[in-house]
Design a protein around this ligand. Structure first.
Ligand SMILES: [Zn+2]
Length: 341
C-alpha cells in the first residue's frame, strides 16, 4: 500500500498523503490538502469527438470535476464519491457519457481512489506517458473528450496486475438497478420525439443524470399501438422516448438543450431519410413548468438564429405513453450500431 501511495502522490502532496494515511484516514483536514498539479495541456494534434471550449467545460462540469478532468488535478484520497461504492453498474465519463469501467472490475486497492483491473473497452481510454514530478507514470484519459481520469499502475491483482487508479470526480456512476441509485430522491419524467427512437434513446441514455429511458408511442389516438401500425403513419403517434431523470443532477433545460442538439427540429414530419408524422419533432410536457421552459427554449433558439429555418417542434401535453415492443428497447445497446439523426 505504501508503494502505491508513493507512486500516486507526488511532490509536496506525498508528505501530506502519507501523513493522511498514517493518521488512519479519519478526518480529512488542512494537513491533507493536496495542491493541484499544474495544468496538463492537451497536445494540439489530438482530436476528440467531443470538443468544448474551456469556458464551456467550466459551465458544464462541477468545479471539482473541472479541476481534475480539465486541469489534470487529483482529488484527495478517501474523499471521492465512489471509493467505497460497491453497487453494480457502469462508470461513465461525466464529460461525454462514454462507458469507461464496469463495477465487476472494481476492487479495493486501499489507496483511497476507485481502482479497476480493466476498462469496458480499451478504445475508450487514452494512455499517455506522464513524466511529471520526475516519475514515469501512465496517465489515463477519456479517448472521446480528452478528460484526465487518473493513472495506470502495474500493482493490481493477478492475473493482469493492472491497476487503473481513477478519480471519483472523473466518473459518473450509472447503477444497474436505478431504484437503488435514487432511493430517497424524486425522479421526474420528460418525453421527447426527435425521429427514429432507437438513436434518440441511445443519446439520452448517454447523458449523466438520466436514470432510465423507454421508447414508445405518444401523441396519437390509437390505444396499444404496434410498431407496424405506427409505421403506417395512420395512428397519429410519434416515436417517443420517455426519460426518467434526477433533477438534482440534470435540469429540464439541459435535457431540452440536448434534445435540440440531437436532431433537426426544422423539418416537419421528417428526420433525414425517415419521413412520416411518426418521425415528427415534439416535446410532450408533464407540467406547466416544462411547457413554459420548452416554449422559452424555442423562442431563445429562434432569436439566436441557431437554425436556418423555423423550428417546427410541437409542444404538447403528455397524453398516454404506450411503451414499444421489447425488441425496440435499448436497440443499439443490444445490437450495436447507431444512426444519424
Ligand atoms: Zn469523456
Amino acid at each position: 500500500m505504501k508503494t502505491a501511495l508513493f507512486l500516486l502522490l507526488s511532490g509536496s502532496a506525498l508528505l501530506a498523503g502519507l501523513a493522511y494515511a498514517l493518521r488512519g484516514h479519519t478526518s480529512p483536514g488542512a494537513a491533507c490538502e493536496i495542491p493541484s498539479p499544474p495544468t496538463i495541456p492537451l497536445e494540439a494534434s489530438m482530436e476528440f469527438k467531443v470538443v468544448k471550449t474551456d469556458a464551456e467545460w467550466k459551465a458544464f462540469l462541477t468545479p471539482e470535476q473541472y479541476r481534475v478532468m480539465r486541469q489534470g488535478g487529483t482529488e484527495r484520497p478517501f474523499t471521492g464519491a465512489y471509493n467505497d461504492n460497491h453497487r453494480e453498474g457502469v462508470y461513465l465519463c461525466p464529460g461525454c457519457g462514454t462507458p469507461l469501467f464496469a463495477s465487476s472490475t472494481k476492487y479495493d486497492h486501499g489507496s483511497g481512489w476507485p481502482s479497476f483491473t480493466a476498462p469496458i473497452d480499451p478504445k475508450n481510454l487514452l494512455l499517455l506517458e506522464d513524466p511529471s514530478y520526475g516519475m514515469h507514470r501512465t496517465e489515463v484519459r477519456c479517448a472521446v473528450c480528452g478528460a484526465h481520469l487518473g493513472h495506470l499502475f502495474d500493482d493490481g491483482p493477478a492475473p493482469s496486475g493492472l491497476h487503473y487508479c481513477i478519480n471519483s470526480a472523473s466518473l459518473e456512476f450509472k447503477p444497474a438497478d436505478p431504484a437503488t441509485a435514487v432511493a430517497g430522491r424524486t425522479l421526474e419524467t420528460a418525453a421527447f420525439a426527435a425521429g427514429c427512437f432507437w438513436g434518440v434513446q441511445s443519446r439520452f441514455d448517454a447523458i449523466p443524470g438520466v436514470v432510465e429511458t423507454t421508447v414508445g408511442y405518444s401523441g396519437g389516438a390509437a390505444e396499444h399501438p404496434s410498431y407496424k401500425q405506427v409505421c403506417s403513419d395512420a395512428t397519429g403517434h410519434a416515436e417517443t422516448v420517455q426519460v426518467e431523470y434526477d433533477p438534482a443532477r440534470i435540469t429540464y433545460a439541459q435535457l431540452l438543450d440536448a434534445f435540440f442538439k440531437m436532431h433537426d427540429p426544422t423539418t416537419r414530419d421528417r428526420q433525414g431519410p425517415d419521413v412520416g408524422s411518426q418521425y415528427r419533432s415534439a416535446v410532450f410536457y408533464h407540467s406547466e413548468e416544462q411547457k413554459r421552459e420548452a416554449e422559452a427554449k424555442i423562442a431563445e433558439l429562434e432569436k439566436a438564429g441557431t437554425f436556418k429555418r423555423s423550428i417546427v417542434t410541437q409542444v404538447l401535453p403528455a397524453g398516454p405513453f404506450w411503451p414499444a415492443e421489447e425488441y425496440h428497447q435499448k436497440y443499439y445497446q443490444k445490437r450495436g450500431g447507431s444512426c444519424a439523426l
